[in-house]
Design a protein around this ligand. Structure first.
Ligand code: 5GP
Ligand code: ZN
Length: 142
């Protein structure tokens, strides 16, 4: 639970700072992002402080996953976008700014300015099967 005293999302959970709550239960809370990328941009968090997917309890993730599908459908029904993006940044190197696990739920449209961008030219060449097998092995054994 390190960092939970000063953590902005723990403060939201404790009711110390305001949030526009979509739903909550014993384990998690969904609320509107204060700097929405698009109207309807929500965050789903565990109420207990975990930094990200690297330290979270798997049972908590299982609960979050159930509620994530519900939140994603609700955002889709309410906003009627062309699609809905679910994103989690794990660590500053992945773009995580708030060190309390949160899953972004972001309505997307074909013509919106927001881009989830892969590097240019990344599809020019398919990976070699040997290389994919080698990396799969590294991850499998880790
Ligand atoms: P990250 O970059 O860590 O994946 O995303 C953090 C998100 O938290 C950002 O989208 C940011 O707008 C949102 N955020 C930061 N502070 C607050 C806050 O006090 N309240 C709410 N509702 N969202 C916040
Ligand atoms: Zn926290």
């Amino acid at each position: 639970m390190s960092g939970s005293e000063d953590c902005i999302f723990c403060k939201i959970v404790r009711g110390e700072i305001p949030a526009s709550v979509v739903f909550e239960d014993d384990v998690c809370m969904a609320f509107m992002d204060i700097f929405p990328v698009k109207t309807g941009h929500c965050l789903l968090i565990p109420k207990k402080h975990y930094t990200n997917m690297l330290d979270v309890d798997p049972d908590v993730v299982a609960h979050l996953a159930k509620r994530l599908s519900e939140l994603t459908r609700k955002v889709n029904n309410a906003m009627k976008p062309d699609g809905v993006l679910n994103v989690v940044a794990n660590g500053p190197g992945a773009g995580q700014e708030v060190p309390h696990l949160h899953i972004h739920v972001i309505p997307r449209n074909h013509d919106d300015e927001f881009r989830f961008q892969f590097p240019k030219g990344y599809r020019d060449k398919m990976a070699e099967r040997e290389e994919l097998d080698r990396v799969a092995g590294l991850i499998r054994e880790a």
